[in-house]
Design a protein around this ligand. Structure first.
Ligand SMILES: C[S@@+](CC[C@H](N)C(=O)[O-])C[C@H]1O[C@@H](n2cnc3c(N)ncnc32)[C@H](O)[C@@H]1O
Length: 382
């Protein structure tokens, strides 16, 4: 993982229009071959589960494969952008409504900015207004990945991302780490399999991007980046991975998918591999996170990307031994921080926090005297 540049976007991203026949081929193959990898109806129809009435899979597949849904949802890349990154992350950082998130990422990333990514891409950039909020997430992801996974003894770092969307993080990673990485994108949603290949070859022209659906061999000596459906990965994969990633993706899958991918990460990764996950635990998927006990959790915390209360980024290192008890403590701390009361900010709330609601009411009249006492206690008074 060599730091070859600090600019995460080098080419202007333009919209891409899908070829209906190529898209249909991927969709038809999914219907024929995906089996248990078939994505949840949410990803087939691009709707929240509460908006999907039918539970009949063949009915859902018929609808998802129709020309009408294609035109509405899949016909060009921009149409799906909000689905991949979420509404608020799809906003340009120059938009007024994006300001709170930009400030939040800024206060988090500027403090150390160990790779200089905030400074180069935002603070001192003349092109910052072209970035989306999602790109600030990429600055954070790459800072974490480099910090935890950089190994000076390794020439090429192999990265496996499940559910990489249109290639947001892969693009940024190739721009920062160049050919010192090899990147495999595994997905089971036709629209992601289709556009990630097209997008990455358009914005990273200097890297070799292969795809199962273009008839390319899954041979990472021929490609820097390869896009493959989940249902062929196990059979065709020959690589061992140094880094495994899933961001904003397991949160929308079923239990069997998540169990499968966690086991897959374990099986195809090297010893001491780094596993980086960032998912809401209080959104669509509410089941169990069955991490192998020999994954040692190094980090578990909400970040500026967290759009729900329980939405940690997590870093694990694949190790030997049983880390379940230590990992549970990091989970407990994460949950404690979520449920800890907000710091008391007003005079009334300080009294309530110190002495309870009743005392606050009773003492309501003696406000001026109490104010002096509290100011003195907090070191502001003389
Ligand atoms: C919300 S997008 C996140 C994209 C990307 N990780 C990012 O943060 O920009 C969710 C991703 O998970 C993928 N996905 C959904 N269900 C999946 C499944 N069962 N197996 C593999 N990938 C899946 C989608 O195709 C998409 O790429």
């Amino acid at each position: 993982m060599e730091l070859i540049s600090r600019t995460i976007r080098k080419q202007r991203a333009t919209n891409i229009v899908a070829n209906r026949e190529e898209f249909r081929r991927i969709f038809d193959d999914m219907c024929k071959s995906a089996g248990s990898f078939t994505p949840t109806p949410t990803w087939l129809l691009c709707k929240h589960p509460s908006e999907i009435e039918s539970t009949d899979l063949s009915e859902i597949l018929d609808r998802a494969g129709s020309d009408e849904v294609f035109q509405q949802e899949f016909a060009d890349l921009d149409q799906r952008m909000n689905g991949w990154v979420g509404d608020r992350n799809a906003e340009l950082i120059s938009e007024k409504s994006a300001l709170p998130l930009v400030e939040s990422y800024g206060s988090f990333l500027q403090r150390r900015d160990s790779l200089g990514l905030w400074r180069t891409n935002v603070k001192e950039s003349t092109n910052a207004e072209a970035l989306k909020v999602a790109d600030l997430g990429s600055l954070m992801d790459l800072t974490f990945l480099y910090t935890y996974a950089f190994d000076p003894a390794r020439k090429i770092t192999t990265i496996l991302e499940v559910g990489g969307g249109y290639g947001r993080l892969a693009e940024a990673a190739f721009n920062i780490f160049g050919k010192s990485i090899r990147y495999v994108l595994v997905d089971s949603v036709p629209v992601s399999l289709y556009y990630s290949k097209k997008y990455l070859e358009s914005v990273c022209p200097e890297i070799r991007v292969g795809s199962y659906y273009d008839g390319d061999n899954f041979d990472m000596s021929e490609f820097d980046c390869y896009v493959i459906p989940a249902w062929y990965f196990d059979e065709l994969n020959k690589e061992k991975y140094d880094v495994c990633i899933n961001i904003e993706s397991f949160q929308e899958m079923g239990q069997q998918h998540i169990d499968h991918y966690l086991q897959l990460f374990d099986r195809v990764s090297v010893d001491r591999a780094v596993i980086y996950l960032d998912n809401a635990r209080d959104y669509i998927f509410r089941g169990d996170w069955n991490f192998p006990n020999h994954w040692q959790k190094l980090f578990c915390s909400n970040t500026p990307r967290s759009w729900s209360p329980d939405h940690p980024a997590e870093v694990f290192v694949k190790s030997t031994g049983d880390f379940s008890a230590q990992n549970a403590i990091l989970d407990d701390i994460h949950h404690f921080v979520q449920s800890a009361p907000e710091p008391a900010v007003t005079l009334g709330s300080q009294i309530e926090a110190l002495a309870g609601k009743r005392v606050r009411t009773v003492l309501g009249g003696g406000r001026s005297q109490l104010k002096k006492v509290l100011e003195w206690r907090s070191g502001k008074g003389n």
